[in-house]
Design a protein around this ligand. Structure first.
Ligand SMILES: [Zn+2]
Length: 70
């Protein structure tokens, strides 16, 4: 599999999720979301389901943010 090319100064997009069941917050990098979405018939802007690492409930997407690479 080819990795998409990213220039070093490009900031990574992250997705903030919150579990409606236990309140756990999780941050997922954009490339992981892309992998989740791959092979699924998602509409534009639709989020693939992300399971809570604590209780396995489906987490709710809150917002995206940019993280500075270190
Ligand atoms: Zn949870």
């Amino acid at each position: 599999m080819e990795l998409p090319f990213h220039s070093p100064e490009e900031r990574e997009e992250w997705y903030k999720f919150e579990c409606p069941k236990c309140g756990k917050k999780d941050e997922v990098p954009g490339f992981v979301i892309d992998e989740f979405a791959m092979g699924k018939d998602l509409k534009e802007g639709e989020m693939p389901g992300v399971a809570c690492p604590e209780c396995n409930a489906e987490m709710k997407f809150r917002y995206t943010f940019k993280k500075e690479p270190y």
